[in-house]
Design a protein around this ligand. Structure first.
Ligand SMILES: Cc1ncc(COP(=O)(O)O)c(C=O)c1O
Length: 426
């Protein structure tokens, strides 16, 4: 069934480290290789078609190969793919962000989520003239040195990857998510914090739902202490609402970073915020930030087409995705209950994740209580049944506007089959 992928993986390991260009794409014994995709589905080089819940790790909100986006991009391609000179389309995109994103007066376009968060932190440091960064356990902000940080039980930070100097990670304080007491204790006693960065809805420890009061408190205390609040909305931006989590929860951070759903699978990210903050970026200010491919007309065209489609269809698109996601998670809960499989499902809007645990999952520690062997078994069985979810427990499953009721029925059946093979620990 996987012969072509096996051959490709053997070739890949000779020229690509670990055979993949991003580590999360690897799973044992080897990943399937993609050949094409359309709507809610991806087809492998082995000619197997899967219902996709990875969806470019949340990028493909309007589905794979969406006609409107592809047509817009095609029409740009014949006019050139890179000018490195400003274009009207960049202005249009900046105007769209300013109109839709509550905290946004100005936008700097970059290429990836990591670039956006790294520069957002630089901006916050320049603005506050302080260095320390607060981040939360289990929140991911890209493979950059300042946020790839772990914390031990005494609160000491250390790099979470080799190759990062201790001096870098010592500038970052790591706190548990959804814990107001620890947050307040740390913030009140210090005066050297430049920013707090978080995923308002963490999607990189599985899916965790924030307490609304926690987000409100975070906004209140950062305002009191003149700390820059950065919402990393690389996942939630345009997915929870056109104004992202800020609109969804009614909270106005100082800086918001976007990527993924903004351009429906094309490489574009952005740093949005007030004029006062954003004008610190060079050339208007002295915070240096630059990139050859930033604002390239292909990605910008994809972003304009995506945001136009989302704004125009918001009254249908968001309620429909929520309805489909709810019927999927309700169906999975029902079959899990019938099969006596202890589990918890967190879901919001068009995102969900299942944990094999009896405790509520509200931070990294509770996510880690999930039975990872059962998750691996679930992943493999779903794959056999033609359903592709992200291979790690610490990722999130994403639906798109292209997912249909028949995908949901097939997926619930596949979960049911997987549960039927499991013997839960008593
Ligand atoms: C919340 C969040 N921030 C930042 C990033 C980094 O984005 P990129 O992979 O485009 O660098 C990711 C990637 O998954 C993410 O989920």
């Amino acid at each position: 069934m996987y012969d072509n992928s096996r051959i490709l993986f053997d070739r890949a390991t000779k020229v690509i480290p670990g055979g993949v260009n991003s580590p999360v794409r690897f799973f044992k014994p080897f990943p399937f290789f993609a050949a094409s995709s359309s709507g809610s589905k991806v087809t492998s080089s082995d000619h197997v078609t899967y219902v996709d819940y990875c969806m470019g790790y949340g990028s493909l909100l309007l589905g794979h190969a969406n006609d409107e986006i592809i047509e817009a991009v095609k029409s740009q391609l014949s006019n050139g793919s890179l000018y490195c000179i400003p274009t009207e389309k960049e202005v249009i995109l900046g105007e769209m962000f300013a109109k839709l994103v509550p905290a946004c007066e100005m936008t700097r376009i970059v290429n990836s989520g990591m670039e956006a968060t790294m520069n957002a932190i630089r901006l916050a440091r320049a603005f506050t003239r302080q260095n320390k960064v607060i981040k939360f356990e289990g929140c991911y902000h890209g493979a950059q040195d300042y946020t790839m940080v772990n914390s031990d039980t005494s609160g000491n930070s250390s790099p979470s990857s080799s190759g990062i100097p201790n001096e870098f990670s010592s500038e970052t304080i790591v706190l548990p998510f959804n814990d107001t007491v620890q947050l307040e204790e740390v913030i009140r006693k210090r005066n050297d914090i430049s920013c707090v960065i978080l995923e308002p809805v963490p999607a990189n420890m599985g899916l965790v739902i924030p307490d609304k009061e926690y987000l409100n408190f975070l906004r209140k205390i950062t305002l009191e202490k003149d700390i820059v609040l950065i919402f990393d909305e690389v996942v939630t931006g345009f997915r929870l609402a056109t104004g992202g989590a800020s609109e969804f929860f009614g909270i106005r951070p100082d800086i918001v970073t976007f990527s993924k759903s903004v351009a429906n699978g094309f490489s574009l990210a952005s740093i949005c915020g007030s004029r006062e903050l954003l004008e610190l970026l060079s050339p208007s200010g002295d915070v240096y930030q630059a990139s050859t491919y930033a604002g390239n007309p292909v990605a910008v065209t994809a972003a304009i087409a995506t945001i136009s489609a989302l704004s125009r269809g918001r009254d249908q698109i968001y309620p429909r995705m929520t309805r489909i996601c709810d019927s999927l998670t309700d169906g999975i809960k029902e079959v899990a209950h019938e099969r006596k499989i202890p589990c918890r499902i967190n879901s919001i809007s068009s995102m969900y994740q299942l944990f094999f645990t009896t405790r509520d999952v509200r931070d990294l520690a509770s996510a880690r209580a999930s039975d990872l062997d059962m998750f691996t078994m679930l992943f493999r069985t779903l794959l056999e049944k033609g359903v592709f979810i992200p291979p790690s427990q610490f990722e999130t499953c994403f639906l798109s506007y292209a997912h249909a009721d028949e995908d949901i029925d097939k997926t619930i059946e596949a979960y049911d089959y997987a549960f039927s093979l499991m013997r839960p620990n008593k």
